[in-house]
Design a protein around this ligand. Structure first.
Ligand SMILES: [Zn+2]
Length: 102
């Protein structure tokens, strides 16, 4: 039984680039979001066409939910710690070039 792919009235499927995965939150999620400014894990994700705002279904796939709840942030490399000897330890205090000039 092959289910026909749902399309919105523009003819977009879930995979279309104009169809976004929009996280939907529970009431508690909205409270967290508005009062505390933290992004809760969405209750589910709705596939919604950005053109006609028609929903093409929803998912509760935990992987997608996790992706939606985590802010998109490039994983910056760790600040390099100054570890390791950079040069020979303190041997440049003595200047053995004092010699008699003529
Ligand atoms: Zn549409």
């Amino acid at each position: 039984m092959a289910r026909p792919l749902r399309t919105c009235r523009c003819g977009h499927t879930k995979e279309h680039e104009l169809v976004a995965e929009e996280p939907e939150y529970t009431l508690w999620g909205w409270i967290l979001l508005s009062m505390f400014g933290i992004t809760p894990k969405p209750d589910h994700v709705v596939y919604r066409c950005q053109m006609c705002r028609q929903s093409l279904g929803s998912t509760r796939d935990p992987k997608i939910l996790a992706r939606k709840s985590a802010p998109k942030r490039a994983t910056a490399p760790v600040a390099e710690a100054p570890a390791g000897p950079s040069s020979a330890p303190g041997d440049d205090a003595s200047h053995p070039e004092e010699s008699t000039r003529t």
